[in-house]
Design a protein around this ligand. Sequence first.
Ligand SMILES: Nc1ncnc2c1ncn2[C@@H]1O[C@H](COP(=O)(O)OP(=O)(O)OP(=O)(O)O)[C@@H](O)[C@H]1O
Ligand SMILES: [Mg+2]
Length: 396
Amino acid sequence: MAYDNYIIKHKDIDIGKITINKNNYNIIDTEIENSVFSPISNSIPKDEQIADINQWFNNRCIPGSRYGIDILKKTYNIHDLRELMVLSLGLSLSDHYWIVREKENKIKWNEINFFDNKYSENMGKVFFDKHFVKNADLNIGYVPDSSLNGLLKKRWHNNGQINILIKNSSEPYKQEPFNEYFSSLVLDKLNINHITYNIIKENEEYNSTCPCIINKDTEMVSFVDMLRKYAQHITREKYDGYTRILDIAQSNSLPAYKEELHNMAVADYILCNNDRHWNNFGILRDSNNGKWISAIPLFDNGGSLWNGENVPKDTHSKCNSFANTNEECIKLLKININKVINKDNLIDLIDIFDTAFNNYSNAERKKILRNGLIQKRKLVYDYMDKCEFTSLIQST
Ligand SMILES: Nc1ncnc2c1ncn2[C@@H]1O[C@H](COP(=O)(O)OP(=O)(O)OP(=O)(O)O)[C@@H](O)[C@H]1O
Ligand SMILES: [Mg+2]
């Protein structure tokens, strides 16, 4: 079997060794150091370590189900998207991991990371601009886009000052850029920490934009990554993940993580976000000492406003974090919603919707969403009143 040995690096520290099958890009063996930066636990049996490191590796590349992926595969004659990631050394704008062939393990992170060094934007342009493929230099070079997950078509762009993530939308409603902008404005109003999103129009399509929120000293760690490293043996019961990680947050000097998760659950409830899966939240980590800094400001709110689904009569929305619906999640986590948000800050909700969806062209869907939101706000008000009343009774 043809294989290659690589070193997993975190900045300039060697985290471990992986052996990659050259034919199918599966990791067939691994030796991982016991480090705060190790992406897996090394106190589990070897076969589980191999399974976990494969999961980590696969999760940091473009998924095969990404919208519009065929054009990329065809243009670059790529069969396995892990190949693209390996070509760009697994370097990312979301964390500080990378991989290098064992025999080339002399390169320094400063020489190649995308925070200090320029990168090619060709691959992103192939994705977004059908004319680009016909007449441009298609050389990929090193690209952060190769180590970027998520289903929506997306690309990194450096505007000379900052790195910006540009994200497209999905059929049938193409709501996501509008949802991101809407959520960003609502979360401003609710004083919930979040990444700021805007909308741009390019080649007749709307996209959302947001700035890269990490730098050379901080990095994102998704909830999936946290669970893999710290809680391998939890069941896949959603709520178990919550309790387990909160215990660990205590010992990582981040007791406030509980409040931050509660803010997220309330945000998802108000925004009717059906896509808060475990890659869509996590922590910011100090990438020099491994300490947990805070929750990642809320990002990927493109699943808001019942994205991709019919708006149900009761306006409930599916929950992907810790319960089955966002309403249930608030109750399960015993969140005192009146402590998280102020009712007065919901008054402008519909005006915000009108602003954010101003250019949204699907009039029928827009009307349904607007009506759903009016109904939702009423239910939220009722629920907040009920909670206030209950807590008044309890305190007397
Ligand atoms: N502002 C940011 N700065 C740095 N990294 C980011 C930022 N926003 C997103 N990322 C990284 O990019 C990944 C994909 O982004 P995002 O979740 O927004 O995409 P998506 O296609 O909407 O995802 P999904 O498949 O969950 O719908 C995130 O999981 C995260 O690792
Ligand atoms: Mg996502």
